[in-house]
Design a protein around this ligand. Sequence first.
Ligand SMILES: Nc1ncnc2c1ncn2[C@@H]1O[C@H](COP(=O)(O)OP(=O)(O)O)[C@@H](O)[C@H]1O
Ligand SMILES: [Mg+2]
Length: 163
Amino acid sequence: MTVRVPRASLTTKSGKSVFVTRSPEETEALGRRIARGLTVPGVVLLRGSLGTGKTTLARGIATGLGLEDSSLVNSPSFTLVNIYKAKHLIYHVDLYRLEGERDFRSVGIEDFFGEDGVTIVEWGERLPFPARSALAVDLDDAGGDTRVITVSKPIRGKHKSRK
Ligand SMILES: Nc1ncnc2c1ncn2[C@@H]1O[C@H](COP(=O)(O)OP(=O)(O)O)[C@@H](O)[C@H]1O
Ligand SMILES: [Mg+2]
């Protein structure tokens, strides 16, 4: 199936790009595109409530970073962190169940940030400390299969690939 990579429907003055996706496949395609603009080490904060598509977007980002088996990418709600080996290590974290400083310390999330890899954080709004130079992505459910996805920095255009 060919999936159209959604174009930014709007770029705001502050440089945010707003995308509208209408299927999980389109959200994955957007994730692959976001991956091309990432620097390593890097942190991506996915912010949005349950069912807005954070895991779906993470799957696209991981695929874009060279992970072949995208079925590995599932919500790490119980494990807290999944680690995938692609071109770089990918740390896929979910903060949904975490409460309080102690829990956060038990994940050791800061340790990943400096690693030569990409950390993708679901429920990134719960991170109790600022993540410098993280890419923040806000996801909103606009009803049905429509998601409004706002990326905090402009991301690279369609035709550039990572070399
Ligand atoms: N445009 C869309 N983008 C992403 N997911 C969508 C979209 N439309 C419908 N869905 C559905 O919404 C759900 C998103 O789930 P998931 O990615 O696990 O969200 P989260 O991790 O934010 O809880 C899936 O069941 C998916 O099939
Ligand atoms: Mg999830």
